[in-house]
Design a protein around this ligand. Sequence first.
Ligand SMILES: Nc1ncnc2c1ncn2[C@@H]1O[C@H](COP(=O)(O)OP(=O)(O)OP(=O)(O)O)[C@@H](O)[C@H]1O
Ligand SMILES: CC(C)(CO)[C@@H](O)C(=O)[O-]
Ligand code: BAL
Length: 280
Amino acid sequence: MQTLDSVSAMQALAGELRAAGRTVALVPTMGALHEGHLDLIRLAATRADVVVVSIFVNPTQFGPNEDYTRYPRDLEGDLAKCADAGAHHAFIPTKDALYPPGYSTYVNEESVAKPLEGVSRPAHFRGVTTIVTKLFNIVQPTCAIFGQKDAQQVAVIRKVVTDLHLPVEIVTAPTTRDDDGVALSSRNAYLTPLQRTAAAAIPQTLETVKSMVAKGERRAERLTAEATHLLSQFRQIRIIYIAVVDPLTMQTQREVVPGNSLLAVAVWVEETRLIDNALL
Ligand SMILES: Nc1ncnc2c1ncn2[C@@H]1O[C@H](COP(=O)(O)OP(=O)(O)OP(=O)(O)O)[C@@H](O)[C@H]1O
Ligand SMILES: CC(C)(CO)[C@@H](O)C(=O)[O-]
Ligand code: BAL
């Protein structure tokens, strides 16, 4: 696997691949790679001739009191994992290359990004849509792979791609879970064993809500009330939101539309912010 640490080297490679008619799949990540990321890389390898993984902890998507500085970083381990999973190139730009002094251009999606994460992390999606657009411009991928764990992120990026006519196919990969059902996440590394037990209540709650829907419950209010009740049993958990939403627009639904409704959950497990979701 080749490592590229400058924008110009990545642009030169993108130009060569394009000229040679090779298809390119981009897997954007913030590093601290786990099996969920590796599943995205493996999926990418089935979708294009060449797989590029970007590793960049993007400062603009973190709020002022968030975990940018303590976000887990393990570049050496990440490169070995990328190579094992079948990546051909790792793009590892520096913060200064992507945001030099005086940087002032942002991409803002103003509808899908507003609810849920947009309420509690107001500048988050502006940072995500900006960095993802920049990565698309630099790497010029044929397709890009994103995880369903970050369901609103996928919906926002799809909207940006449509609205800005970006020539990139967005591919969504299913959420990879641990044995206890917890969605793999770099932030799980922050959890103590006791907090981890509490975190396992999140997927259990998603399963309970899915079974209520399977038995015929359609009222969003009933489903979110049950989910709130189940999660509130854990003193380590503080609910940020629980909502039944349209998976494309992220607008709240009062009634579940089977196959077209998403239960989206965000909680604090003490100091650790976790999100998860289930298609209903
Ligand atoms: N468990 C998972 N299953 C599938 N995809 C995942 C999973 N976790 C992360 N991803 C995807 O990997 C990509 C990079 O995510 P990121 O580097 O933020 O990892 P993360 O584990 O989600 O970290 P964080 O703790 O910041 O949420 C995103 O498209 C994200 O949706
Ligand atoms: C898409 C992304 C890599 C942009 O920084 C990030 O939001 C993430 O890891 O999901
Ligand atoms: N996976 C989303 C990255 C973030 O929480 O900033």
